[in-house]
Design a protein around this ligand. Sequence first.
Ligand SMILES: Nc1nc(=O)c2c([nH]1)NC[C@@H]1CN(c3ccc(C(=O)N[C@@H](CCC(=O)O)C(=O)O)cc3)C=[N+]21
Length: 284
Amino acid sequence: MATLIDGKAIARALSVTTAEAVAQMVAAGHSAPGLAVVLVGNDPASEVYVGRKISQCAKVGIHSIEHRLPADTAEEDLLALIAALNADATVHGILVQLPLPAQIDAGKVLDAIDPAKDVDGFHPVNVGRLSTGTGGLVPCTPLGCMMLLDTVIDNYRGLDAVVIGKSNIVGKPVAMLLLERECTVTVTHIATQGLPDIVRKADIVVAAAGAPELVKGDWIKPGAVVIDVGITRVAQADGTTRLVGDCAAHEMAHARAVTPVPGGVGPMTIACLLSNTVQAARHA
Ligand SMILES: Nc1nc(=O)c2c([nH]1)NC[C@@H]1CN(c3ccc(C(=O)N[C@@H](CCC(=O)O)C(=O)O)cc3)C=[N+]21
């Protein structure tokens, strides 16, 4: 039976370390790290995630400031808020929840965040730093994926890693992190031809296509490690809903280890956000 990688427990352990780091900073006479969370509009999923981020901040001693803006906010008003947060010395991290409403150019907004406060790691400077392996803030979900992999793999050198999904938020940065560890990395996506056969070669599979149960059991090589980043709420016959990942979870028994959905990558994303906030505060 495949080992279930307990993302909840690993995230909890990381948050304990983060809380200790915060306590040390405060004991040394510094102010607590501050995280500004910006939510534009009222997408229900975003509200749930933002609420979770805020409550986790409180648990580790990070001072969070929530900025809620109406769905019809003009781009220039959001840019003005970002400028104010950049200039505010009590704010060490800035997170603008995505997706943004259609009238706002998300690229412009991410470009406007001070790279030193970009705890999501989405600013082009941090993307460049990741791709050259020269430090910077690393996106939370990819960082969390690597921490989960680290619990079952100690030497990545020469392993075949297949990433499914080419997003700027997960697919591309996680590919960079795997490459840094000297995996042979193949980045695939929903239009990749012969995807099952490519995945069959993988020692490590990171599924981040946002396509529920795309990856079947017979795509997975026996002994492979599977990180399931996908999280989609699907309706069931009885009218209730459930969360499903990008992998057919019940078909993964022959894998060496798998992450559950929920309880896998999701909790790590938030724990890494808190950890990035402390890192940004330390540098400041
Ligand atoms: N600027 C920005 N940064 C983000 O990091 C960001 C974002 N925008 N927009 C949306 C996505 C999605 N995301 C998740 C965070 C936590 C869980 C999470 O905690 N999931 C739990 C609970 C799932 C549930 O019950 O809903 C789990 O998987 O166990 C999931 C998804 C962060 N995102």
